[in-house]
Design a protein. Structure first.
Length: 95
């Protein structure tokens, strides 16, 4: 999917001992990051984690909603919804 974008709902657990993709959470996904929820550090960690897991450049991953809460919506450019779900499922870790 070139030029298209996909949005994804996330529940973020900041300050986690083991960062990674936890699994499905309602209609979205749950992820853990080691960064504390201070001064945007956890948001930056979420973008870094997902760009790495999804093999996308960081500039293709944008936080569009939820800057100050645990529930977030991210937009991913250059990946289809099906491929996004497949890559997240492949990266899923035990909770």
């Amino acid at each position: 999917m070139k030029g298209g974008s996909t949005r994804l709902r996330l529940r973020v657990v900041p300050g986690a001992r083991t960062p990674g993709v936890v699994g499905r959470y309602g209609e979205g996904w749950k992820v853990r990051v080691a960064a504390a929820p201070e001064r945007g550090a956890a948001n930056a960690a979420v973008v870094a984690l997902l760009s790495g897991v999804l093999d996308l450049p960081r500039e293709n991953v944008t936080l569009v909603a939820g800057q100050t809460g645990r529930d977030k919506i991210l937009e991913f450019r250059g990946i289809s919804a099906g491929e996004l779900e497949h890559r997240l499922a492949t990266a899923e870790k035990e909770d």
